[in-house]
Design a protein around this ligand. Structure first.
Ligand SMILES: [Mg+2]
Length: 240
């Protein structure tokens, strides 16, 4: 294996945690005094509309800014929050959430050390993400990981279509100068990451951080440190 490509959200960085905290704080700004049950119900609507409109972005149907605007509008409609007409108002609303989300964003503690150890062992490392390039570039910089990745391919780098389409995985391999058969792919989504990468000719690994062990199929790791001995021979790299 000459390269390892990574999913970004909930693989290298804890986006789910930052999203939940960021939305909770944004909502508290907009409607102070909400109880935990109401906040949890609102967060469920936020997640629902996020998944709905993001799938339309990765399917090539909406632009990245437009999926954000539609998500903001749908959530405001569900929760009875005021939002003026037009894209500027929706963008400003979303920016309020994003400020809180980015403040809460953290890399998983095993991400940086695993990337460094793989590179020290001669393995090329990169990212393939279903988000927009500028967005993921910013997130990875905020958590200190962008400079450790030798390439990053997002939906807008790959003709507007994301995982599970094989094209985006192959574009990631090309960006690192390796063939799909020479690359592993690691991600937290069993179908869109592990199985889809395998279907594209890479070796897909499912990152099962909760160690549910529920699904047979692709090889599984429960943390990123487990990747290092798989790809870096013990006589090389950063080990004594
Ligand atoms: Mg993910």
């Amino acid at each position: 294996m000459r390269a390892v490509l990574f999913d970004v959200d909930d693989t290298l960085l804890d986006f789910r945690g930052a999203d939940a905290e960021g939305f909770g704080r944004h909502l508290a700004d907009l409607r102070p005094g909400l109880g935990p049950a109401e906040t949890a119900a609102a967060r469920e609507r936020w997640r629902f509309w996020g998944a709905h409109f993001f799938a339309r972005f990765t399917g090539g149907d909406l632009t990245f800014p437009e999926q954000r605007r539609r998500r903001a509008r749908a959530v405001c409609a569900d929760l009875g929050l005021p939002l003026a007409a037009g894209p500027d108002a929706a963008d400003a609303w979303f920016a309020g959430y994003l400020r809180h989300c980015e403040r809460a964003l953290r890399a998983f503690p095993d991400a940086g050390p695993a990337l460094d150890a793989l590179r020290a062992g001669g393995i090329r490392v990169g990212a393939v993400s279903n988000s927009g390039h500028a967005n993921q570039d910013r997130r990875l910089r905020l958590v200190g990981l962008r400079g450790r990745l030798q390439a990053m391919v997002c939906v807008d780098d790959a003709g507007g279509v994301g995982k599970p389409d094989p094209g985006i995985f192959r574009a990631g391999c090309a960006a690192l100068g390796v063939a799909p058969a020479e690359a592993a792919y690691v991600g937290d989504h069993l179908d869109h990451d592990a199985r889809a990468a395998t279907a594209a000719g890479l070796t897909g690994y499912w990152l099962d951080r909760a160690a549910t062990g529920a699904e047979p199929g692709p090889p599984v790791v429960t943390g990123l440190a487990e990747l290092v001995p798989l790809f870096v021979p013990a006589t090389e790299g950063s080990r004594p």
